[in-house]
Design a protein around this ligand. Structure first.
Ligand code: GLY
Length: 566
């Protein structure tokens, strides 16, 4: 890391060199009104309402985003978190920013740490229990965003989540179902059940340990998490359970979020602002948009979601996922050829080999594939600031490990590394050396928090959970809304199809609605295999038309969105 970026990250975390908390600087001043309203699109109702309360209390989009992040850690424990990490794309006063608060591999992590004596990945070791957890980045990340751009006091934006944890909320049926599925996978080898097993539909669920942790964070900032009682509780947790973990006090103290240059590109008169490495999401999205543009000849007159359309998207996706598997990793550890991957001539040349009717033969390059969970939210304020935030504990309920006494779940983000470079592990995770495990390295991600602007004013703020499906979800909803000019609700509701190079010529459909029989037949005639998958994203989008924010929660999950004219 360069001296400058290290200094920036220290300031961003709000820790002086001695590790003591500095008082937050006041963020950006109130600007002139640019939009007719503010809006928050999130994964559930409690967090959307908290976001709007913060906007109505005079907070800006960053204040609301931070409050939503902490609220989801309470009301959406399957993916909302303080024990994971994420990415935040921002447009503040017309300028793009990107904050990387992805988890890092602990200092003691080794490339072969998940392999048995025969050199095979030990079943479950990358996803279940302590060893699956990377050093969490969320608390430091939310604090860094607030310190740089927030307007309300820190304690004010953390406050609503404390209330939600202490007073509780009523878990909806969908949440209980996801918990039961996660428990079947993780419960036997972790303490997941002892914290969440009492959740009952229709009965208030409180989290007093988590409330105390959040209260300490509200009072003392990230040092209440990365040092002292909570840090000690995290480290103590590492030595409990079946798999011992690696996170140490030194790892926690060393954790720093990083402000990176956002990826930006022009597309159809918009400026697209998205996630740079260690996410693959922004590069993939820009390559997809660029290739589609380059082959507008093939797309001319093709009906949306017809067999021909799905085939052409799969052809683009095949090429993007092939690049992803080989070139992408943490830019602080490997050289990612970003400008070459986004070069217009390169994208054009890649698109030239797209086959008009049948799939191109699958090359032997293998794609990456993460756990399909995570969560996303989007916020705009009336001043025209926008935040697109995707954060994650990786799988639903992360590693299944709750930090005892502190009441929050640890991630299993180590599974996003290639546990054995070049060879698919049991979860289908494949990748090259660029994404091999190294101490302090960030695992490759597909998270794609994205903002489109016109003349610096947000036109669309969007993102989704879904592992590798995130990329194709964001791509398709963008095309639906802006290329095919569908109303936002239709753009979000429309069936989504997913292809990612491997498994060979496989197109995934979704549980939300079956693919029409004749479409399936036509794709099969073209030698595609159609496979149903259990999850295909949960879009949280805000579109702005004539200064008016429009929202349309994804019917696939329990997303919620609110607008305020305050
Ligand atoms: N853990 C999902 C992702 O980072 O893409």
């Amino acid at each position: 890391m360069s001296k400058t970026s290290r200094r920036e990250t220290l300031l961003g975390l709000g820790l002086g060199l001695t590790g003591t908390l500095c008082l937050p600087e006041t963020g950006i001043a109130k600007g002139r009104r640019v939009l007719k309203a503010g809006a928050a699109a999130t994964a559930d109702t409690p967090s959307a309402e908290i976001g709007i309360q913060i906007l109505e209390a005079g907070g800006n989009a960053v204040d609301a985003a931070v409050a939503i992040g902490f609220a989801l850690a309470v009301s959406y424990p399957e993916a909302g978190n303080i024990g994971g990490g994420g990415f935040m794309t921002l447009v503040i006063q017309g300028k793009p920013y990107f904050l990387d608060y992805r988890e890092t591999a602990p200092a003691k992590a080794k490339a072969d740490m998940y392999l048995n004596a025969e050199g095979n990945v030990r079943p479950g070791s990358t996803v279940i229990g302590n060893l699956a957890a990377g050093t969490p980045g969320t608390v430091a990340g939310l604090y860094a965003a607030h310190r740089r751009f927030g307007r309300l006091p820190w304690a004010r934006v953390v406050g609503p989540a404390i209330g939600l944890a202490r007073e509780g909320f009523t878990p909806p049926a969908q949440m209980i179902r996801i918990y039961q599925e996660a428990f079947a996978d993780l419960g036997r080898d972790t303490n997941l059940g002892s914290y969440f097993g009492t959740m009952t539909e229709g009965k208030i669920f409180t989290q007093p340990d988590l409330a105390n942790t959040l209260e300490a964070i509200a009072q003392r900032g990230p040092s209440a998490f990365y040092q002292g009682r909570v840090a000690t509780q995290i480290v103590a947790q590492m030595s409990r359970g079946v798999e011992k973990g690696l996170i140490s006090l030194a790892d926690l103290e060393a954790y720093r979020p990083v402000w990176r240059a956002a990826l930006t590109s022009k597309w159809r008169g918009y400026e697209v602002v998205s996630a740079p490495p260690p996410s693959s999401g922004g590069i993939a999205l820009l390559q997809l948009l660029g290739m589609k543009e380059a082959r507008s000849d093939l797309f001319a007159g093709v009906a949306h979601n017809s067999a021909q359309y799905i085939h052409l998207l799969a052809e683009l996706e095949k090429r993007v996922f092939a690049d992803r598997a080989v070139y992408l990793g943490d830019p602080d550890f490997v050289q990612v050829p970003v400008s070459r991957l986004l070069d217009a001539d390169y994208i054009k040349a890649r698109a030239e080999s797209v086959q008009a009717e049948f799939p191109s033969p699958t090359e032997r390059i293998r794609p990456g594939l993460e756990k399909p969970q995570t969560t996303h939210y989007s916020v705009v304020d009336a001043d025209g600031n926008a935040v697109s935030n995707t954060y994650t504990v990786n799988g639903w309920y992360g590693s299944g490990v709750v930090v005892e006494g502190a009441g929050f779940l640890l991630n299993n983000e180590m599974d996003d590394f290639s546990a054995k470079p070049g060879v698919a592990n049991q979860f289908g995770v494949v990748g090259g050396d660029a994404n091999a495990i190294q101490p302090f390295k960030r695992p490759l991600s597909s998270m794609t928090p994205t903002i489109l602007t016109k003349n610096g004013v947000p036109a669309m703020v969007l993102g989704s959970p879904g592992g590798s499906r995130i990329i194709t979800t964001v791509f398709q909803v963008l095309l639906n809304a802006l290329d095919y000019k569908m109303p936002l609700k239709a753009a979000v509701d429309a069936l989504r199809y997913h292809h990612q190079l491997l498994p060979e010529n496989t197109i995934y459909t979704e549980p939300y609605a079956p693919a029409p029989a004749d479409l399936k037949q036509e794709l099969e005639r073209r030698t595609y295999r159609i496979e149903a998958q259990s999850f295909n994203g949960d879009m949280a989008a805000i579109q702005v038309r004539n200064g008016e924010p429009l929202v349309a929660p994804d019917p696939r999950a329990r997303g919620a969105a609110r607008i305020t004219r305050h």
